[in-house]
Design a protein around this ligand. Structure first.
Ligand SMILES: NC(=O)c1ccc[n+]([C@@H]2O[C@H](COP(=O)([O-])OP(=O)(O)OC[C@H]3O[C@@H](n4cnc5c(N)ncnc54)[C@H](OP(=O)(O)O)[C@@H]3O)[C@@H](O)[C@H]2O)c1
Length: 323
């Protein structure tokens, strides 16, 4: 099978396309013929080992898993003897999560992993761009938005993979959504449900005034100290790409003696329940994957450059087979 591989950490040039052995599914595994995948911020960060601590689990001197890629969509090619619920020929989408390996024409994963049927109304390209952004936005926002209508939500980075889902979830759950991104993407975020937009090239954040219940920074371009004045006293600052500073602030802001807005960081656990939840809303048309660009596997280096630029729109899809 064809796959994009990298054998040392570095820039996009360390990723090349080669031929690897097709995986064999174990008894409780599903073998998927991958039709489409994405290149995400997670992929370029892993490729660069950025932050350095990535090496502690990905390989100290070189990557243990040479194939990047988390999310994918495709067709079930074979199922292990113990698998029930999925059959050869089913259209599916899912994620390999931190195990990665989706930048390849076939992936094998446990049937009870993050793998569900692809709704009929979604193309493979759309199905590839669901889990990374959708499950992340869902994990962060659900505890604060679902069943709490009329919240005021600020999405910093509203036009990225996570941000486009965050804006849509906000709209779906009845929040008043303000999105921060460049003017190039204002029409897009408005079409997804943002009622107000801020062009970060003119001002990084909205003016303080009518405070927000929730600020979600999907791209790490703000700080809790700068957003504090934008939040209500009981508000939350959701730091999707939180580093050591934000994790420390989360501990401090949750101390019994501290008052005012709190910081929340999380590591997203992509799972079948959330994938099924997303599939249901995608099927109803309440959510739509935003596909900014589609490239071929042979253009994988170009895909890495775009993803690393920090300016990709929604999801950057890579087709695994010639179309
Ligand atoms: N906690 C977890 O478990 C978890 C899970 C998944 C992802 N993440 C993290 O989430 C982060 C976001 O990922 P992503 O894939 O959504 O990002 P992305 O798609 O690369 O975001 C790109 C978007 O950010 C916008 N942007 C750039 N600079 C901005 C600024 N100063 N203010 C507002 N928007 C700006 C760009 O808009 P313009 O083109 O208009 O400039 C672009 O559309 C990554 O750091 C990733 O590591 C964390």
């Amino acid at each position: 099978m064809r796959a994009a591989v990298f054998y040392h950490y570095g820039d996009e040039n360390c990723v090349t396309v080669t031929t690897l052995k097709k995986p064999k599914p174990a008894a409780n595994d599903v073998l998927v013929k991958v039709m489409a995948t994405t290149v995400t911020s997670g992929d370029w960060r892993m490729r660069r080992a950025d932050p350095w601590a990535v090496r502690l689990f990905a390989g100290l001197f070189k990557p243990r898993q040479p194939v990047l890629g988390t999310e994918f969509s495709g067709v079930v090619e074979a199922v292990g003897a113990d698998v029930t619920g999925l059959n050869v020929g089913d259209r599916v989408f899912g994620s390999k999560g931190m195990k990665m390996g989706a930048h390849a024409q076939y992936v094998s994963l446990a049937a009870d992993g993050c793998l569900v049927k692809l709704p009929d109304n979604l193309t493979y390209e759309q199905g590839a761009g669901v889990i990374f952004g959708g499950a992340t936005a869902l994990t962060f926002l659900r505890p604060y938005l679902e069943s709490r209508p009329a919240q005021r939500l600020l999405v910093i980075g509203g036009s990225g993979a996570v941000g486009t889902y965050a804006v849509q979830l906000g709209r779906m759950w009845g929040a008043h959504v303000t999105a921060v991104c460049s003017a190039r993407n204002h029409d897009l975020v408005r079409s997804l449900g943002a009622e107000q937009v801020v062009d970060y090239e003119k001002q990084p954040l909205p003016d303080p005034g009518n405070p927000f219940d929730i600020v979600i920074d999907t791209v790490g371009k703000s700080s809790f100290s700068k957003c504090r004045e934008l939040l209500t006293d009981s508000g939350v600052y959701l730091s999707v790409s939180g580093g050591l500073r934000e994790w420390g602030q989360m501990l401090l802001s949750h101390c019994p003696l501290s008052s005012g807005p709190r910081v929340v960081c999380r590591i997203v656990d992509e799972n079948a329940n959330d994938a099924k939840w997303l599939a249901d809303y995608l099927e109803r048309g309440d959510l739509t994957p935003v596909i900014g660009k589609t490239l071929a596997l042979e253009e994988i280096q170009k895909a890495h450059v775009i993803a690393e630029s920090g300016h990709k729109v929604g999801n950057l899809v890579v087709n695994l087979w010639e179309t």
